[in-house]
Design a protein around this ligand. Sequence first.
Ligand code: NAD
Ligand code: MLT
Length: 329
Amino acid sequence: MGFARGHQLNKTPMLEIKRVLVVDGIDDVCVKVLADAGFQVDKKDKITKDEVLATIKDYDALIVRSATKVTKEIIAAGTRLKIIGRAGTGVDNIDTDAATHAGIIVMNTPGGNTLSAAEHTCAMISALARQIPQAHATMKQGKWDRKNFMGVELHGKTIAILGLGRIGREVATRMQAYGMKTIGYDPILPKEAAKAINIDAYDLDELWPLADFITVHTPLTESTRHLLNDAVLAKCKKGVRIVNCARGGIIEEAALLRALESGHVAGAALDVFDEEPPKDIANNKLIQHPNCIVTPHLGASTEEAQAKVALEIGQQIVEATHGSQIMGA
Ligand code: NAD
Ligand code: MLT
C-alpha cells in the first residue's frame, strides 16, 4: 500500500465515503471492488478538466491514472473529497501540497506496476542495443537493409542503474541474466546492500565513466531533475547509451539531444518526457533523432499491471473506510 503525502492513519479511520469518481480508463476490477463494498461508483474513462471541475463537488473519492491532473483548482472544487487515489506509482499528477492542506489523503499503489516497468526498460535496452525499431521501420518501408544496423552485445557491458528501488533492482537482476555488469547509485542504499544483489555501488562521479548503458529509476525531485545534463554527459564514455523509463526531466532533454547530435551518446531510449504528451511530436528533434527510440509512456501498460494497480487502489479505499489499519509507506 502506498501513502503519498499528507494524512497517515494508524487507527481505525472514520472516513465516510459514498460516491467515488474513477477516471482515466482504470481497469474495471477497481469499480467492482468499490461497488461490492457498497460505494456508488461513476466511471468516466475520458473526462476533461472542465468536467472534473464541474462534477468533483459530488464525490468523496477520486481515482486517477496519469491523464487527469489533480490540480489545486480541482482540489478546491472537491469540497467533499476525502481521498485521491493514484492507480500507479508516481503522484506527480496530483498537487499533494494542496491535498495535504485540504486534509485529503493521497494514496498510490507502488509495486503494482514494478515488473511491467522493469520489463519495459529491459525491452528498451535490448531494442537500443540492436536498433530494432529502426530496422523494423525500414522493412515496413519495403527495404532489406542489413548494413546500417550493426548493433552491440549486452553481454560483458556495464550498465549503471540510478535509483535502486523497486524497479531499478528488477532491471538489475534481468540485465545480470544477459551477462551485464551492474553498477549503481542510490543515496539511501548502503553499498553492502547493493553488493548483496550483485550491484557495485559507486559515487556518481566515479560511476559516469564506467557505464556503457545508463538507466534511471528515481522519482523526479529537485535532486534528480536534470541529473543527467551537459556536464554529466561529458563525463560519460563516448558511445554511452541512455535509457529513461522513470520520469521526464531526470535527463535534460536539450543536453541529451546535443550529445546525440555530437555522437557522444550513441543512442537513447525514452518512455517518458518533460511534457506529456510532448508538443509537436513530428517535429521534436529529440524524438525524431534516428538514434533515439521512444514509446509513449507505456512502462505500466500491461494487462497485468493495470489489473493489479486497479485492484490495489480499490482495496485501499475500501480498507480506509471500512476500518482496516493503514500504515504509512
Ligand atoms: P522506488 O521509490 O521504489 O525507487 C526509487 C529509488 O530512487 C529509491 O530507492 C530512492 O532512494 C532513489 N533515489 C532518490 N533520489 C535519488 C537520486 N538523487 N539518485 C539516485 N537514486 C535516487 O520507485 P520505483 O517504483 O522503483 O519507481 C521508479 C520510477 O519509475 C519513479 O519515477 C516512478 O514514477 C517511475 N515509474 C514509471 C513507470 C512508467 O510507466 N514508465 C511505471 C512505474 C514507475
Ligand atoms: C506510474 O507512476 O505508475 C507510471 O507512470 C505508470 C502509469 O500509470 O502510466
